[in-house]
Design a protein. Structure first.
Length: 325
C-alpha cells in the first residue's frame, strides 16, 4: 500500500502527468523533454527525480546523456498504465505535447538518416560480398522460432535491424551497443516501427549491466568478427541466458578477404566451427544447430546453442557438491 500511495502522490501533478504521457511513448533526454514541455530544465529535472524515486520512470545514462522512460514491467509499470488510461485523449495540453514529441522524433530521424547516409558505403561494400540479407534474416527467424512472451537481447545492435525484426513478436527487446551514433540510428528505426516494447542501451558486450538469466533469447549478429576476445563475449552472453535459453551467433565462416581487416576493422576473418563449439561448451552451452548460407566470396553461418535447463543445472551442482565432499 505504501508503494501505491507513493506512486499516486508522485503522479498527482499536472506536469508530472504530462511527463508520464510522453515518456510512455519513447525514451527521452532532459533537453528533449524541456523542448516538449516548455519548462525550465531545473524544474523538469525536479519532477523527473520525484517520478524516478516513486518507480514511475526509469533513468539511464549514455555517455554524457541521460534518458528517461516509463518502466516496462513491475508495480511501477502497472500503476503508470492505469494512470495513463485515465487521461483524456483530446486534452489540449496533451495534444500539444504529442505534436512537439512528433517534432523531436523527426529531428532524431534526420540525425540518424544523415549518419547512416555518411556510412552507408561501408555497409553496402560488406553486404555485396555475401548472400542477400533477406535470406539471412529468414534463416535467423526460422532458427529462433516462436518468440511470443520471450525477452530478447541483441548484443552489438548497430542499426537495430535485428531488434526490429524480433521485437514484433517478442514480449520485450533490448539492444546494446557502444556507439552512441549507432544507438541514435537504432532508436529512430524502433520509433519508426512503433515498437514500444523495445529499447536500446549503451553497454560493453564484455560487461553487460544485467543479472544472470535475464533473457530468453540472445543474438550476436555480425558482431564477433570485431571482437578482440570473442570467447569472452560468448561467455558473457551465456551468463545472461535463462535456463534453456537460446544464443544465436550470426557471422562469417573462415575467409581470406584481408580488406575487411584493413578497411573495416574486422579483427577476425571468420570463425571455424570447432572454435565456436569450444567456446559454446566452455560457456555451458549446447551447440545444437549450425546453418550455412554460402555466398561469393563470404559464407554467412548461424551457430545456435541452448543453455542447460534448470533441472540439469541443479543436478550438475549436486553432483559437483558430492564430489567435493
Amino acid at each position: 500500500m505504501d508503494q501505491v500511495l507513493a506512486g499516486l502522490r508522485a503522479a498527482a501533478e499536472a506536469t508530472r502527468l504530462r511527463l508520464l504521457a510522453i515518456c510512455a511513448e519513447c525514451e527521452l533526454t532532459v533537453s528533449e523533454i524541456t523542448q516538449i514541455i516548455g519548462q525550465s530544465q531545473p524544474r523538469v529535472s525536479r519532477h523527473l527525480k520525484l517520478l524516478c524515486e516513486a518507480g514511475l520512470l526509469v533513468r539511464f545514462r549514455e555517455g554524457t546523456w541521460v534518458f528517461y522512460r516509463t518502466p516496462h514491467s513491475g508495480a511501477g509499470a502497472e500503476l503508470v498504465g492505469l494512470v495513463l488510461r485515465l487521461l483524456p485523449q483530446d486534452d489540449e495540453i496533451l495534444l500539444l505535447d504529442r505534436a512537439r514529441l512528433d517534432q523531436v522524433k523527426k529531428q532524431r530521424e534526420q540525425v540518424a538518416t544523415e549518419y547512416f547516409r555518411a556510412n552507408a558505403a561501408d555497409w553496402d561494400t560488406i553486404r555485396s560480398l555475401h548472400i542477400d540479407e533477406a535470406e539471412v534474416e529468414s534463416a535467423l527467424l526460422t532458427v529462433l522460432g516462436d518468440l511470443a512472451g520471450k525477452r530478447i537481447l541483441d548484443i552489438g545492435t548497430g542499426t537495430g535491424r535485428v531488434l526490429e525484426l524480433l521485437g514484433k513478436t517478442a514480449a520485450e527487446g533490448v539492444g546494446v551497443d557502444m556507439s552512441r551514433e549507432m544507438l541514435a540510428v537504432a532508436r529512430a528505426r524502433l520509433q519508426r516501427a512503433e515498437l514500444a516494447n523495445c529499447l536500446v542501451r549503451q553497454a560493453d558486450m564484455y560487461q553487460l549491466p544485467y543479472p544472470d538469466g535475464a533473457f530468453d533469447v540472445i543474438t550476436l549478429h555480425q558482431v564477433l568478427h570485431y571482437a578482440e576476445k570473442p570467447e569472452t563475449a560468448i561467455a558473457e552472453a551465456a551468463r545472461l541466458l535463462a535456463p534453456g535459453g537460446l544464443l544465436l551467433v550470426v557471422d562469417f565462416a573462415p575467409h581470406d578477404q584481408e580488406e575487411l581487416r584493413e578497411q573495416h576493422a574486422h579483427r577476425r576473418l571468420g570463425f571455424e566451427d570447432g572454435a565456436m563449439k569450444d567456446w559454446f561448451v566452455a560457456s555451458h552451452l549446447d551447440l545444437s544447430d549450425v546453418v550455412n548460407l554460402p555466398g561469393k566470396p563470404l559464407t554467412v553461418r548461424l551457430w545456435c546453442g541452448h543453455a542447460e535447463p534448470a533441472q540439469n543445472k541443479v543436478l550438475s551442482g549436486n553432483a559437483t557438491g558430492r564430489a567435493a565432499e
